[in-house]
Design a protein around this ligand. Structure first.
Ligand code: UDP
Length: 323
């Protein structure tokens, strides 16, 4: 029997490279495409010698190339996107165009060949909804278009609408994965992600920068658990045409996260508070809480996170110490 084969767009990114590893470990053939806009060749360096792994450094806007790659696989994991709140605030045109255009291109190519597609979406789509835990059928509560942050949620919501439209109208098998704050080795703080930023600051003895008053909360999930869930979903026909939250449901506020990182690194760094206006842009709106309801994914694949927050933070510390 031939090996199942997967294409990962954004495969040299943080989550994409972990997904590639997980699929190879399960005996799949893996091809990735990445334009290295936020991904890094270093992320896939250990995989390059694997005869079942191939990589293409190009953009998914290259339609003939994308068509050929899609043709050669059984399933497409569409992870290529502009990510990170900082990037979104700094480069809104790029964010909107690449998120919407990229997904359009992938869904179009997959529809021609009727290939199963997993679209990576984000918990950002829930927006300012305070009704936690967030269930997949909850309303999305976004801020005004004058506040750039919401363009990310909106662009990903359009991606979801489009994937579901392809499913309903053209019979394209598509699964939508709403990823909550995912962390682990290879994630960089360059695009604003809080955990690698705090750990780097703590290890360097620099101030740990809490934005706002630190009461905003998040739930952090281990990248290995997230990619495992993506692979499991693909094996369940019942997942097709559905939206799934993927993440951890234990919540921590950002001030407590800073204290936790400081304690676990044994750092003497001071914890400083920076107003949102200074950290991002004038009038920046944050999401106060973000907690997933995991009932749907637990019911379908028996999803169970393997690491708690202390273990996750320690793993990130170990990784960044080695860098
Ligand atoms: N944050 C922070 N200090 C930083 C980076 C981020 O306090 O140096 C906060 C950010 O304002 C948000 C939370 O940490 O409330 C998570 O931010 P991140 O960008 O990691 O992900 P988000 O959940 O906003 O997508």
């Amino acid at each position: 029997m031939s090996r199942p084969s997967a294409l990962i767009t954004g495969g040299a990114g943080f989550i994409g490279s972990h997904l590639a590893e997980a699929l190879l470990a399960r005996g799949h053939e893996v091809a990735i495409i990445d334009d290295l806009s936020t991904g890094s060749i270093k992320n896939i360096a250990p995989l390059k010698g694997d005869p079942h792994f191939s990589y293409t450094i190009d953009t998914i806007a290259n339609a003939p190339l994308l068509a050929e790659l899609v043709d050669g696989c059984d399933v497409v994991y569409h992870l290529a996107a502009a990510v990170g709140v900082k990037l979104i605030v700094d480069s809104p045109v790029y964010t909107i165009e690449s998120n919407v255009g990229g997904t359009e291109a992938v869904l179009g190519a997959a529809a021609k060949k009727r290939k199963l597609v997993v679209v990576a979406s984000t918990s950002e789509v829930y927006g300012k909804n305070n009704d936690v835990p967030f269930r997949e059928d909850h309303d999305l509560v976004l801020g005004p278009t004058t506040k750039g942050r919401w363009s990310y949620a909106c662009s990903k919501a359009i991606d979801e609408f489009l994937a579901l439209a392809y499913f309903r109208e053209k019979g394209l098998p598509a699964i939508i994965a709403r990823l909550f704050n995912t962390v682990g080795p290879r994630q960089t703080g360059r695009y604003g992600m809080v955990l690698p930023t705090f750990v780097r600051q703590a290890l360097a003895g620099e101030p740990i920068t809490v934005f706002g008053d630190g009461t905003q909360s998040r739930c952090f999930s281990w990248v290995g658990d997230v990619v495992g869930a993506l692979v499991d979903l693909v094996e369940r026909p019942a997942a097709v045409g559905q939206v799934f939250n993927i993440g951890h449901d234990s919540e921590i506020n950002i001030a407590d996260l800073a204290a936790l990182v400081k304690a676990r690194t044994g750092s003497a760094s001071e914890i400083v508070y920076i107003p949102y206006d200074e950290a991002y842009e004038e009038g920046f709106e944050d999401m106060p809480r973000r907690v997933p309801d995991l009932t749907r994914i637990i019911d379908l694949i028996g999803f169970k996170p393997t690491k708690n927050l202390d273990q996750i933070v320690d793993a990130v510390i170990d990784y960044l110490k080695d860098q």
